[in-house]
Design a protein around this ligand. Structure first.
Ligand SMILES: Nc1nc2c(ncn2[C@@H]2O[C@H](COP(=O)(O)OP(=O)(O)OP(=O)(O)O)[C@@H](O)[C@H]2O)c(=O)[nH]1
Ligand SMILES: [Mg+2]
Length: 203
């Protein structure tokens, strides 16, 4: 899989049935400030495509980016678990993420981002349990690998895999800053896009 071009498509403040563009979607989920928007820019090789910020809570809408002239959409979700926003706003974000995950008709998979330096949080585990429950295929990407040495990266990948009851091969380390890990992620995205769920009718 090669990303040749990417462009901003649209934003949703709320999401419901019928929303989307009739093309496959890969969504990016994760804790606030984990590096979701930076990761999209890294994959698309396009700085400034998705807005990033050192202040958590930057992405407040569901943002669609069209890849390769509509081959598929990368969907940047608002981050969860940002402690400093009020309860009302938190609820609004959770609802937005939940309604996206349950109503998107073209979602082929979710990339769950976790910070490579830390054990996945309770909310990360909840997100994974939720994806299992709804049968949404997912991969886990550990961000900010530039913060650790090679040996520490290997160790943290297994810490993260264990905490989420996954195999080490299910966790891919990336650095959007140093531009490392892209090919491995693009291979996995290609597999998510190819996957045909059991309950679909093959004609
Ligand atoms: N060292 C390092 N910093 C990174 C990397 N990726 C992102 N960051 C930094 O992490 C901070 C958050 O990045 P964003 O991409 O805005 O994170 P986000 O998950 O989209 O955040 P929200 O939209 O607030 O949920 C910024 O200060 C980025 O520069 C990385 O690979 N390495
Ligand atoms: Mg963001």
């Amino acid at each position: 899989m090669i990303i040749k071009n990417a462009k901003f498509q649209t934003s949703y403040a709320s999401f419901g049935k019928g929303d989307g563009f009739g093309v496959d979607e890969i969504a990016i989920a994760g804790k606030s400030n984990v590096g979701k928007s930076s990761f999209i820019n890294f994959l698309a090789n396009y700085n400034g495509l998705a807005k990033t910020s050192s202040t958590p809570g930057k992405t407040k809408l569901i943002n669609y980016f069209s890849i390769n002239n509509g081959e598929f959409m990368l969907v940047d979700l608002p981050g969860y678990g940002y402690a400093k926003v009020g309860e009302e706003e938190k609820k609004k974000w959770d609802k937005m993420i939940g309604s996206y995950l349950t109503s998107s008709e073209h979602l082929k998979g979710v990339i769950v981002l976790v910070d490579i330096r830390h054990e996945p949080t309770a909310l990360d585990k909840q997100m994974i349990a939720y994806l299992h429950h709804y049968g949404v295929p997912f991969i886990v990407v550990a961000t900010k690998s530039d913060k650790l040495s090679k040996a520490q990266i290997a160790k943290q990948k297994s810490v993260i895999a264990n905490a989420l009851s996954l195999g080490v091969a299910d966790v891919t380390a990336v650095s959007s800053m140093k531009k490392e890990g892209k090919d491995a992620v693009l291979d996995k995205i290609e597999n998510l896009l190819k996957f045909i769920p059991d309950n679909s009718v093959i004609e």
